[in-house]
Design a binder for this molecule. Structure first.
Ligand code: PHE
Length: 467
């Protein structure tokens, strides 16, 4: 492997001072869990796809996770200072390429594929990458699905006005054809025709109302399909007590849809945020060659659903290559995960003073020459052509260092103490790292060695003083 760059799925990339991707992350690229038929991720994907059937919807997957900043952000209308672009949140290969943070990065190409195609919609399934905390429900790689549907203007009409009237009739008919579910839905997001979640200027209010009706019904059908698959395992007597599934629509904001919504589901007494969606921003359709179309899009995380459906308690299990995990699941069926023996945890604390103030979320470009770039990038640091200065510390940085050193041998990392020295004003943080393997008992020496490496790396990369 080249010191100043990397090969990802056969394509070469050069590092620069924006690089913050590390070997431990790149090793996870190409596992394609979504196309391993007996894997819970693939089973969940199939369940979602079955709610958006062919030939109306094409089903795509995109194996290569490297996209341009243009595809991931610009073409979707992300403002230049959007926090999602920050190097503390996103893995950059270099200043022009990154590991996609959402499947929406492929919306543009997928919309283009609908031009002159029989299908009027699509789903996309892919692995996505985000820098985040370490705990049982967060992993730097996870899976998303994207869905979209468009309606073209009928060509046979005499005028644009006629065509639009006709299209509204067609959408209304399509709304009626989406099966009604028995779930109980409260809609807290009906004011979108005025308010802060507006209909786009070029859209007809009545038509948007119909597109939104189709969107909401389609996603209620999805939720019903997916969660009923799970409730099938619950004994009938208990299910009766539970009553029908409850869901609610709330208003949301995304740069690439308006109006926008989120769907939440009541599960074990808690409201779960399940998916985001909305009416596609018209410039996105126009840019993709669908100037005469109107449509909706949604995006959903797969891990949370898979973990609920299969009763999987730790997200790392989904990446396990242990037969005791993999052999439990079969294509087309949702079964409860049977836990196998858990190995003991081992806690270690790391405490340090912060010398400089925490880095603010820094939009890409804003400090591209500061030398902070590769700070948390593990081996990318070695690869960086320029010597790096100790960087200001951000919470996600310790997560990255721990992942680099210990990979999936860490269950979670928690801030357990934080205080400011009354005289010097210096801040001290203490993080508790919970080392635990899913597959074996870790030895004391092994954990000590890992922990020492974490400490050494923290000290060399950041402007901190270990305590
Ligand atoms: N991409 C969004 C996310 O990751 C989800 C989304 C997709 C919202 C499509 C609206 C439309 O949060």
């Amino acid at each position: 492997e080249n010191l100043s760059g990397v090969n990802i799925l056969g394509k070469p990339y050069t590092f620069d001072n924006t690089t913050n991707v590390s070997d431990s992350i790149l090793r996870l690229v190409g596992r394609n869990l979504y196309s391993t038929p007996d894997h819970p991720i693939a089973i969940t994907r199939a369940l979602v796809e079955s709610c958006f059937p062919k030939p109306t919807y094409n089903h795509f997957t995109v194996a290569d996770p490297v996209v341009t900043t243009h595809e991931n952000f610009d073409v979707l209308g992300f403002p230049k200072d959007h926090p999602g672009r920050s190097r503390t949140d996103t893995y950059y290969i270099n200043s022009t390429h990154l590991l996609r943070t959402h499947t929406s990065a492929h919306q543009h190409a997928a919309f283009q594929s609908l031009v002159n195609d029989e299908a009027t919609g699509f789903t996309i399934c892919a692995d996505v990458y985000r820098r985040d905390s370490i705990d049982k429900s967060h992993f730097p790689v996870f899976h998303q699905m994207e869905g979209a549907r468009v309606w073209d203007l009928p060509v046979s009409a005499d005028s644009r006005y006629e065509a639009q009237l006709r299209r509204k009739e067609i959408i209304a008919k399509d709304v009626d054809e989406v099966p009604q579910t028995r779930i109980v839905v409260e809609d807290q997001a009906t004011k979108f025709l005025k308010g802060s979640n507006p209909t786009q200027l070029e859209h007809d209010a009545e038509e948007v109302r119909l597109v939104v009706a189709h969107l909401k019904r389609s996603l209620e059908y999805l939720v019903d399909g997916v969660f009923e698959a799970s409730r099938q395992m619950i004994p009938a007597s208990q299910k009766e007590k539970m009553g029908p599934l409850q869901a609610r629509w709330i208003e949301a904001y995304f740069p690439f849809t308006s109006p926008s919504f989120e769907l939440e589901v009541l599960w074990n007494g808690e409201w779960l945020e399940l998916l985001g969606c909305g009416v596609v921003q018209q410039p996105i359709l126009n840019n993709a060659g669908l100037r005469n179309s109107i449509g909706w899009a949604w995006g959903i995380g797969i891990e949370r659903i898979a973990m609920l459906l299969f009763g999987i308690p730790d997200i790392r299990l989904l990446w396990s290559e242990d037969k005791r995990f993999l052999q439990q699941f079969k294509q087309g069926t949702v079964t409860r995960f049977e836990p196998f023996s858990k190995y003991p945890p081992c806690y270690k604390d790391i405490a340090f003073w912060i010398n400089s103030s925490p880095a603010a979320a820094s939009p890409i470009g804003a400090e591209s020459s500061s030398g902070v770039a590769a700070a948390a990038g593990g081996d990318a640091t070695k690869a960086s052509p320029t010597e790096t200065q100790p960087a200001a510390f951000h919470e996600n940085d310790i997560m990255e260092v721990v992942r680099d050193v210990a990979g999936s041998l860490v269950e979670d990392v928690q801030l357990v103490d934080e205080f400011v020295h009354p005289r010097t004003g210096r801040k001290s943080l203490c993080y508790r790292i919970n080392y635990r393997s899913l597959e074996r008992t870790l030895t004391n020496e092994e954990v000590n060695d890992l922990h020492n490496q974490v400490a050494a790396k923290m000290k060399s990369l950041f402007d901190i003083e270990l305590r």
